[in-house]
Design a binder for this molecule. Structure first.
Ligand SMILES: [Zn+2]
Length: 71
């Protein structure tokens, strides 16, 4: 699985969110696999919402990440 871009970062806190994005994609893929009739392929453009943990006194907040993935 290759992501484009390969890294995701919160623009506010400069926190690496790549692992969270991959996790969210894994979860959505599992959903897709359970519903093969939809014919969804685990590749192409995606949009996922992850939670940035924040830094210092900042609170966690949701962040939408978009990109493309190729098998
Ligand atoms: Zn953040």
């Amino acid at each position: 699985m290759t992501l484009d871009p390969g890294n995701y970062e919160c623009p506010t806190h400069h926190t690496d969110l790549t692992g969270l994005v991959e996790e969210a994609l894994d979860n959505s893929l599992h959903v897709a696999y359970r519903r093969p009739l939809l014919g969804r392929k685990p590749a192409g453009p995606f949009q996922v919402i992850v939670t940035c943990p924040g830094t210092g006194g900042a609170r966690p907040h949701p962040l939408t990440c978009t990109g493309k993935q190729a098998p």
